[in-house]
Ligand binder design. Structure first.
Ligand SMILES: [Zn+2]
Length: 383
């Protein structure tokens, strides 16, 4: 995205500048902030607030640590994550936090990786009521890793639902080992072990198959969405023409897969829970946000599960891979596909056929689920 090529009203706010709120704003019906999107646009970072009607904002910077604060007047936060929470940043924006303030003000705080300035602010019109801020770093900065994902509101007291998907099954044996071990069998046993380990930890677990059945890929994804799963774990075993290749690996959705998921949303009438976003621009932004958050969460689970797997099994080098694998395509369910090892390698095949080794792998996955859902300690967006 080239921010210089587009010409919008420029409000000329500087490092410590601010934009006055209009006096009329409070008299109007409140607007709802339905999404916040942070995009790295090269020279600047673009922050877009998706709104259902035009709103006025006051902005200011805070130092040590560097923050940029957006106060939206006469607005409430109707984010997919609730009225307060946090989300991932990009570029100079490390992350954003949001919470309601007094007098009907909704506050969005951007935690910055270093000093920055506001180079452009755009106020949308009636047809697309977005507020857009372009923020440029004042100097070089070091990007810190994004924090653990926010919790979904309303789910904190209820049990988390994990959908465990044993790959293949029935007439689809999957990979066949050098000594005849079938992927569909070892992954089913591993999935059942994982179910037991997760249920012991208090999770609600649903399996896409618990026997030697053939299940369409599409039905697996639909099942996960129908369960309102908090996490989808697909268990597979790999095969390679190179018999020396060994180890486990973890796949999450790639950029190309994301495009495929977007197509599926339109072609299969997947209703995303986007509140009542009627305007198509807002809807597009919210679909994008949902997809982005899901991809981030999937990657975060991958980062947690990889070292845990490494404690009990060898890992493929560069073990976190991105792929457009079909079972990963649900736009609103964080999903990983775990290749537990290579059946084409005799040592891996022996390990995958060993019930105790499978139990250790399932235990490692369950510990990763615990770590992933550990409450991150949300910040209130006070300043
Ligand atoms: Zn497979």
């Amino acid at each position: 995205m080239d921010v210089t090529r587009r010409s919008f009203a420029f409000f000329g706010a500087t490092a410590l500048g601010s934009v006055a709120m209009g006096g009329r704003a409070f008299a109007d019906a409140p607007s709802s902030i339905q999404g916040v999107l942070v995009q790295d646009a090269g020279a600047a970072c673009r922050v877009t607030l998706a709104l259902d009607r035009p709103a006025q904002a006051r902005t200011f910077f805070l130092a040590e640590p560097s923050r940029f604060v957006i106060d939206v007047a006469n607005a409430h936060l109707a984010m997919p994550g609730g009225a307060s929470g946090q989300g991932p940043g990009a570029g100079v924006v490390r992350r954003f936090r949001y919470a309601p303030q007094a007098d009907g003000v909704s506050r969005i705080v951007l935690d910055l990786n270093g000093p920055a300035s506001l180079v452009r602010q755009e106020v949308g019109g009636r047809r697309n009521a977005a507020l857009t801020f372009d923020i440029a770093a004042s100097g070089p900065f070091t990007a810190e890793p994004a924090p653990v994902p926010m919790q979904r509101p309303g789910r904190q007291q209820t049990r988390r639902t994990i959908v465990v998907d044993a790959g293949h099954g029935g007439r689809d044996p999957g990979a066949i080992g050098v000594n005849g071990t079938r992927e569909k069998d070892v992954v089913l046993h591993c999935a059942l072990e994982l179910r037991d380990a997760l249920e012991q930890r208090g999770y609600h677990v649903a399996l896409t198959r618990d026997a030697d059945n053939f299940v369409e890929l599409e039905d697996r994804v639909r099942f996960a969405r129908g369960q309102h799963a908090d996490l989808f774990i697909s268990v597979h075993a790999d095969a390679s023409p190179n018999a020396a290749t060994t180890g486990a690996s973890v796949y999450t959705l790639s950029d190309r897969g994301e495009a495929r998921a977007q197509n599926m949303i339109s072609s299969q009438n997947w209703d995303l829970d986007l509140g009542n976003a009627r305007e198509s621009t807002t809807r597009d932004i919210l679909v994008d946000l949902t997809q982005r958050e899901t991809t981030n969460r999937s990657a975060q689970f991958a980062q947690v599960v990889i070292p845990k797997l490494g404690e009990v099994a060898p890992l493929v080098r560069n073990t976190h891979r991105n792929a457009g694998l079909f079972v990963l395509l649900a736009p609103d369910v964080p999903a990983v596909l775990i290749e537990t090892g290579f059946l084409s390698n005799a040592t891996d095949e022996r390990r995958l056929a060993d019930p105790r080794a499978r139990e250790r792998m399932a235990g490692a996955m369950a510990r990763a689920v615990d770590e992933y859902f550990t409450p991150p300690g949300l910040y209130a967006a006070a300043d």
